[in-house]
Design a protein around this ligand. Structure first.
Ligand code: PEP
Ligand code: MG
Length: 875
């Protein structure tokens, strides 16, 4: 086995290369071969880490020997030796997986230092301050990453020392301060770990590499992979081991990151940040607020030269990646070194802008642009913005890290953020600086506000990656964690108070500022128009009120794929009548209640038909079990009052609630079964649909109703309901003297329905896959409770993805395939769509397209993503 790859030498290439070397390893090899200044080094492959993890954290056989050979090669190339006490070779050990996970895994810098080597380094470089600064950084990082010491304990020790000598910034510490700090750090490590700080460089290296391997499975990396749906089959990070170059050697040294284009807006302008006399973690961790890249040209000829060199390198890299590139660099005493390059994370708006510009610049084709865009990110450009006309009080300003308008109650901790969001609150996560640990909170927050950090801090990069509104580096904010207060100017906000933040301009507003819908930019419309040229499936929406229908239409839907009629029953004035209908002791009483529900339903359908003028509207008859509409037994007062109102006894009311209780309601008295036993309910609904159609048709609206029967498993059920639908429709049309073009079809959401789809198609005019129920019944996993163990199943690799989010091709998918074939064998070319959640999932699009589905249906905000994903599937 080969574990290590020297940068650029005999490196694998092609599509599988990333799985071997990881993104960082590839980029360092590529840049080395381009002749760009890259410090020499090598990459330990991702499969090596995989072998380590799968064997229970053991180094694979031969890795140790191979490592020795590669270190020897490095020593030879640099003329320094690892472990030397006179001129030590120092190393950086960094993670880099096949998919970029910014900041989620670990890194150790300045590795190889010890009490003797630090003196040698000081002597050799003639820069004692630098040497001791490197050593204190090493103890801190190695202590944190490898020895399990706490980052904030080191910070505490550092801050105590700075306070003791009234030192402001880290760079103001003298050699004497640093020496004292190192003593304190080592004392802390010894106390915390029960052993002195390890002095042997070889041990440092071996444990450092293992710690980076281990960081693949740290909680934040696991969260990040789950949130970003990174398959559990990709296991392991690459580890790059390379010669250190030092950004902390004084004022002609520094380190920074840059994006070749603006990652927030997509505008073609270099957007970078750096710090002088610093090492990389100072920039990305947002510890000091950095300088802007554009300032470099004003800092004298040396820096201007570096700036020019970087600009040139960026052009070269864009030419190679044919994309916006995010890079890291270090300047050591006036010499530039490249540490990494990758396609940069960006917002939805930037994604569109950059793709269009790259086409214009001739770097990519239209198809390439469509294929590389992330459908899920398109919805970001649809989110509302603050109303320009609304009165608002600007109370502060930070950096505009990730656009959008966020309004919410402030909290100061990631866990609180998750809890509050789970309770249905809109939350703004306010942090001194965010660390990768905050990722769970960032996911659930409406927006993120940080006091420190620049536009390339992890908070900013991760927020843009997930489309979360963020304002960072808002120095005007002061957090008091003990009292849980945020002070801005003379205003004090408690946890739970409302703030509004604008990630587009960085402004912070008092209270709740109203928002308005955005106008789509030309770029968005252009991309959508192109996507529409390619896709073969139509896009419909799941919507059950006129407002959602109108929104979905703005986003480009071509019909309603699922209108769940039960949602209309829950409104305040209606639920009482619905309950009356359910509690009715006779057919007559039930019919009377139904006749009072009819006008409500009819007016709902009229609104929906008007909003969808000219497009098909697929309406499903009542689906849930009836008990879902009844009050809980504990609501004694309500039940007493309502019982009196409708003229039944309290006891009867309660006994009906009890009798409708089911152990397995999802497999119970629901769907078509209701229509079979209580045809009068279905009749009322069909009548409401047809009468609404007549009304709007007379207004000149083009109305194309489709009436859909849920949860059936037999052609007999279909035949019965088809007869009912046809009979009532005819009654209405005859009475009104108007012809309405309608269809009657069914949901396919039970395995048996798939198996006998040919029989069902004798009666059903179309199918729509209800893949929520079909997944539930095929797996035998409750769709309501599966989330308790599905994540663990994913982590264990038993399930590659959540089957309720992404279609299970091997199981559920095969049933669908069978149903499509059987259905169309009886009714050639019949319309078959999908309206389960998986219909809006970009990762399912290719499979759904291959099945030959007529359309996918999804919630309104997912419509643009579905237009793009189905186009990608067809390209
Ligand atoms: C389904 O089962 O996939 C479906 C769309 O119906 P519901 O989610 O309402 O059960
Ligand atoms: Mg269903």
């Amino acid at each position: 086995d080969k574990y290590c790859y020297y940068f650029g030498e005999g490196n694998p290439s092609g599509p599988g290369a990333k799985l071997v070397l990881g993104g960082k390893g590839i980029s360092l090899g590529v840049m080395t071969n381009m002749g760009l200044p890259v410090p020499p080094g090598f990459t330990i492959s991702c499969p090596t880490c995989q072998a380590y993890i799968l064997s229970g954290n053991k180094w694979p056989k031969g890795l140790e020997e191979e490592l020795d050979t590669y270190i020897a090669r490095l020593e030879k190339d640099l003329g320094k030796s690892f472990g030397s006490t006179e001129d030590p070779l120092l190393l950086s050990v960094r993670s880099g997986a096949a998919v970029s996970m910014p900041g989620m895994m670990d890194t150790v810098l300045n590795l190889g230092l010890n009490d003797a080597a630090v003196a040698g380094l000081a002597k050799k470089t003639g820069n004692e301050r630098f040497a001791f600064d490197a050593y204190r950084r090493f103890i801190q990082m190695y202590g944190d990453v490898v020895l399990g010491c706490e980052h904030h304990d080191f910070e505490k020790i550092l801050n105590a020392l700075k306070a003791k000598y009234s030192i402001k910034g880290d760079t103001d510490m003298t050699v004497e301060h640093l020496k004292e700090l190192i003593i304190s750090y080592k004392e802390y490590v010894a106390k915390k770990t029960g052993a002195p700080f390890p002095q042997d460089p070889k041990t440092q290296l071996a444990t450092g590499i293992s710690a980076v391997f281990d960081s693949w499975n740290n909680p934040r990396a696991i969260s990040y992979r789950r949130i970003n749906k990174i398959s559990a089959e990709v296991i392991g990070t690459g580890v790059t081991v390379m010669a250190m170059c030092f950004g902390n050697m004084g004022e002609t040294s520094g380190t920074g990151v840059a994006f070749t284009r603006n990652a927030s807006t997509g505008i073609k302008e270099i957007y970078g940040e750096f710090l002088t006399n610093a090492q990389g973690e100072d920039v990305v961790a947002g510890i000091r607020t950095p300088l802007q890249f554009s300032q470099m040209t004003t800092m004298g000829p040396m820096w201007a030269g570096i700036s020019a060199q970087l600009v040139k390198i960026m052009e070269t890299l864009e030419g190679y990646y044919k994309d916006m590139v995010d890079l890291e660099f270090t300047i050591e005493e006036g010499k530039l070194w490249m540490l990494q390059a990758r396609a940069g994370k960006r917002t939805g708006a930037a994604m569109i802008q950059i793709a269009l510009d790259l086409i214009k610049e001739g770097l990519i084709t239209k198809e390439e642009a469509l294929l590389r865009m992330d459908p899920a990110k398109l919805s970001e450009v649809l989110f509302p913005m603050f109303d320009k006309k609304a009165a608002k009080t600007v109370i502060g300003k930070g950096l505009n890290a990730s656009p959008g308008a966020a309004v919410g109650q402030i909290v100061f901790h990631s866990d609180a953020c998750c809890e509050w969001a789970a309770a249905g609150k809109k939350v703004i996560l306010v942090r001194e600086e965010t660390t990768p640990e905050d990722i769970e909170g960032m996911v659930t927050a409406a927006g993120v506000l940080t006091v420190r950090g620049g536009l390339s801090s992890h908070a900013a990069v991760v927020a843009r990656g997930m489309g979360r509104t963020a304002v960072v580096g808002a120095g005007c904010c002061h957090i008091n964690m003990d009292n849980k207060t945020l002070t801005i100017g003379d205003r004090v906000y408690q946890e739970g108070d409302y703030l509004s933040i604008d990630g587009g301009n960085g402004e912070i507003y008092d209270g709740q500022v109203p928002t308005v819908d955005v106008e789509f930019g030309e770029g968005f419309n252009q991309i959508m128009a192109w996507a529409d040229e390619y896709r073969t499936m139509k896009i419909r929406t799941n919507a059950d009120n006129p407002a959602d229908c109108a929104a979905a239409r703005r986003f480009g839907c071509e019909g309603v794929g699922l209108c769940r009629t039960e949602h209309m029953f829950f409104e305040k004035e209606r639920i009482g009548v619905v309950r009356e209908m359910i509690l009715a002791e006779s057919f007559e009483v039930r019919s009377e209640a139904l006749s009072r529900l009819l006008p409500f339903q009819q007016s709902d359908f009229e609104g929906i038909f008007r909003a969808m003028d000219g497009l098909p509207v697929n309406i499903r008859l009542l689906d849930p079990p009836l008990h879902e509409f009844l009050p809980h037994l504990e609501e004694v007062d309500y039940i007493k009052t309502h019982a009196k109102q409708i003229g039944i006894t309290y006891e009867k009311y309660v006994s009906t609630i009890r009798s409708l209780h089911e152990s397995n309601p999802m497999l119970g008295f629901r769907g078509v079964r209701l229509g079979v036993l209580y045809p009068e309910i279905s009749e009322m609904q069909v009548r409401a649909i047809m009468q609404a159609a007549v009304v709007v048709q007379t207004e000149g609206v083009v109305c194309l109703p489709e009436i859909m029967i849920p949860v059936l498993f037999s052609d007999k059920e279909m035949a019965r309901l088809k007869e009912l639908v046809t009979r009532i429709a005819k009654e209405v049309m005859d009475a009104e003297g108007v012809v309405v073009k309608f269809k009657c079809g069914t949901m396919i959401e039970l395995p048996r329905a798939c198996l006998v789809a040919d029989q069902i198609a004798e009666h059903a005019e179309y199918f729509s896959f209800g893949t929520n129920d079909l997944t539930q019944t095929t797996f035998g996993i409750s769709r309501d409770d599966g989330s308790k163990f599905i994540p663990a199943y994913q982590e264990n690799g038993i399930l590659p993805t959540d089957p309720f989010a992404t279609i299970d091709q091997d199981g559920v998918g095969q049933l669908m395939k069978l149903a499509v074939e059987k259905g169309r064998s009886v009714r050639p070319g019949m319309s078959v769509g999908i309206c389960g959640e998986q219909g809006g999932d970009p990762d399912s699009a290719v499979f759904l397209c291959k099945l030959g589905l007529s359309y996918v249906s999804c919630s309104p905000f997912r419509v643009p993503g579905a237009r793009l994903a189905t186009a990608q599937a067809a390209i």
